[in-house]
Design a protein around this ligand. Structure first.
Ligand code: TYM
Length: 332
């Protein structure tokens, strides 16, 4: 059975982008894969996180993942910082990856913005830690949103260079799984910007704990253009806001752009938005309710992350020990 690894940062409430681009695809993979899902708190601190808030958001994210259908009993759900092998292997990868490779990473450029001198060194080597997350388990398939494609290419470059430098066929190739019509969900305020947990405007995103009223209001106010919906996908060209809402609708209704436009083409946005809000509320409402139910017992949620970490460590321990042996470190 192939092993899946994926991660999500506890840097805020998960958004509809995280859900449609990643989490929702993680659930069915559990049926026929060995899955390891990770709350990546080491990644989160590459940008400032208020300590008390980080702890709370970590727990909320774990509860939210379970509410979405991640099964912590048959699969592994754990907290990255509880398995030191991630940081250990990341250090080795810091010495394998080349500066030239990291300089090409568009996410660093986006996140560091204009004040690059003031970004943390951790933000710069973020993709090396991500490669370590996956390769510490010899995972071969990684379900992510489209924005992570470049990081996975880098992880493959690191694996190949490690194998070449140390003369071993040790780390496997990684296959990105970028699935569905909503692999890149855009902001509700600007169809050219990614929907993100960290956007300053709450109106730009749907959060997985939003109330039905909040969802309906955000969709009603979502930016659109004055034209009616086109009858075919080609008509979405140059209309990023329309394309975004159609993509979200398609993902929720398990269809594609053509399927959505077949039903709604020619209509104005008002009726379409009302339908879309209904679909969103039907999907997110139960997730928010189940998350709240799980959070009533925080000790249980923390126990899931700790128990998952013990099981994760049993897999990563021997793999990282072998990587260290290949590098030439003396055994413990
Ligand atoms: P994070 O927390 O930023 O995002 C988690 C997942 O959500 C996807 N995603 C989106 N998909 C579609 N549209 C959006 N607007 C959107 N925003 C986020 C991301 O692609 C991601 O799949 N670096 C990773 C976390 C990570 C990881 C890993 C992933 C750390 N180690 C190892 C896979 C394997 C990230 O961006 O997290």
């Amino acid at each position: 059975m192939q092993r899946i690894f994926s991660g999500i940062q506890p840097s805020g409430i998960p958004t509809l982008g995280n859900y449609l681009g990643a989490i929702r695809n993680w659930v069915p993979l559990q049926a026929d894969h060995d899955c390891i899902y990770c709350v990546v708190d080491l990644h989160a601190i590459t940008q400032w996180q208020e300590p008390s808030l980080l702890a709370r958001q970590t727990r909320e994210l774990a509860a939210s993942l379970m509410a979405c259908g991640i099964d912590p009993v048959r699969q592994i759900l754990f907290l990255q910082s509880l398995v030191p092998e991630h940081a250990e292997l990341a250090w080795i990868f810091n010495c394998v990856a080349r500066l030239g490779w990291l300089n090409r990473m568009t996410q660093f450029k986006d996140k560091a913005g204009k004040d690059r001198e003031n970004a943390s060194a951790g933000l710069y080597v973020y993709p090396n830690l991500m490669a370590a997350d996956i390769l510490a388990y010899h995972a071969t398939r990684v379900p992510v949103g489209d924005d992570q494609r470049q990081h996975l290419e880098l992880a493959n470059d690191i694996a190949q260079k490690f194998n070449h430098d140390f003369g071993a066929d040790f780390f496997p190739a990684i296959e990105p799984l970028i699935l569905g019509p909503a692999a890149r969900v855009m902001s509700l305020r600007d169809g050219t910007k990614k929907m993100s947990k960290s956007d300053t405007s709450d109106q730009s995103r749907i959060n997985l704990n939003d109330s039905a009223d909040a969802i309906a209001q955000k969709i009603r106010r979502a930016r659109t253009d004055p034209e009616p919906l086109p009858g075919e996908p080609a008509g979405l060209e140059g209309r990023p806001e329309a394309r975004n809402l159609v993509g979200i609708y398609a993902a929720l209704a398990d269809t594609d752009e053509a399927g959505v436009l077949g039903r709604h083409g020619g209509k104005g946005f008002a009726a379409f938005k009302e339908d879309l809000a209904g679909l969103l509320i039907a999907t997110i409402g139960p997730i928010a309710a189940e998350t709240a139910r799980l959070l009533a017992d925080p000790a249980h949620v923390d126990g899931v992350l700790r128990g998952g970490a013990e099981r994760a460590k049993r897999i990563a321990g021997p793999i990282v020990a072998e990587a260290k042996r290949l590098v030439g470190f003396l055994a413990a």
